[in-house]
Design a protein around this ligand. Structure first.
Ligand code: FAD
Ligand code: FES
Length: 255
């Protein structure tokens, strides 16, 4: 395997070990990567998709020895290309990038929505290994969209075809009241992050959110992924790719 390194990134000509359909609209790809063991939950890698100029970023869903797993939803040409790969194919990967979750020794509520379940499932596996108390809840549109490889404690579906009916947000206040977490970690669509951050404020809870923004360079240069955050009483720009993707939910200026 070729490994090219420069100051800011590690480029791997890696090998695909498995690609598998895991729900009606998502796949799991496993990749052998020498840097796998250093990857922290919440960090991401960027994949070169043949013929496309920009690499595509994906959170890491699992890590076992030198193998990482990425759970992805097919959206456009990039994810169509990744879906087409087979075991033994070469894959061009850069990473890991970004700051992952800052794992605290606290009773944790883990929230995933849709494909946002991926980095949260990775975090859960770490917390379980550390024997740290946690509750993992997830929301999906319907039961067909639930990835068959993810073990959640409680599931919610918009159409009620699995678990409780409705958005995970409808139940969040009750879950917090009952479970009494000390910290929340969440990944999913912006509305889920924003509304969870509001609730965390009401309940005076620590919260870490994994943000997603369409990315170009992926290394903090192009400023294409900036969001506003509050620091020392001022509002400043932060790049999701370099300063995040995980931020304190209290510092993000929610749009
Ligand atoms: C830090 C980070 C982690 C991510 N982790 C995952 C993951 O674990 N699994 C996963 O399936 N996806 C993840 N994404 C989103 C993933 O990068 C995009 O789905 C992918 O780049 C789409 O590429 P494409 O060529 O298939 O689609 P494109 O042709 O590039 O886009 C197709 C459609 O998807 C939308 N889209 C593209 N990028 C994003 C994005 N970043 N967020 C929301 N919508 C987007 C476009 O606006 C367009 O409507 C992550 C993104 C970021 C920034
Ligand atoms: S994608 Fe270029 S700065 Fe984040």
């Amino acid at each position: 395997m070729d490994v090219l390194k420069n100051k800011t990134k590690k480029i791997y000509k890696a090998k695909v070990s498995r690609v598998e359909k895991i729900s009606s609209n998502s796949h799991l790809i496993e990749i052998n990567l020498p840097s796998a063991e250093e990857i922290q939950p919440g960090q991401f890698i960027s994949i070169y998709c043949s013929g496309l100029t920009l690499r595509r970023p994906f959170s890491v869903y699992s890590q076992n020895g030198n193998t990482i797993g990425i759970m992805f939803k097919e959206r456009g040409l990039g994810t169509k290309y990744i879906k087409s790969l087979k075991s033994g194919d070469d894959i061009d990967v850069i990473g890991p990038f970004g700051n992952g979750f800052d794992i605290k020794n606290k009773k944790s509520l883990l929230i995933g929505a849709g494909i946002g379940a991926a980095p949260i499932a990775f975090l859960k596996s770490k917390l379980d290994k550390m024997k740290q108390e946690n509750l993992f809840i997830c929301g999906f549109l319907n039961k067909n969209e639930i990835p068959n490889c993810v073990n959640v404690d409680k599931v919610y579906t918009d159409d009620g075809s699995a678990g409780e009916k409705g958005s995970v947000l409808n139940y969040l206040g009750a879950v917090i009241n009952e479970y009494k977490p000390e910290i929340i970690y969440v990944c999913g669509p912006l509305i889920v992050l924003r509304e969870t951050a509001k609730l965390a404020e009401i309940f005076d809870l620590e919260i870490q959110v994994a943000m997603e923004k369409v990315m170009a360079c992926g290394i903090g240069v192009c400023r294409g992924c900036v969001i506003d955050i509050k620091k020392d009483g001022k509002i400043i720009n932060a790049s999701v790719c370099k300063d995040g993707p995980v931020f304190s939910g209290k510092e993000v200026v929610w749009q």
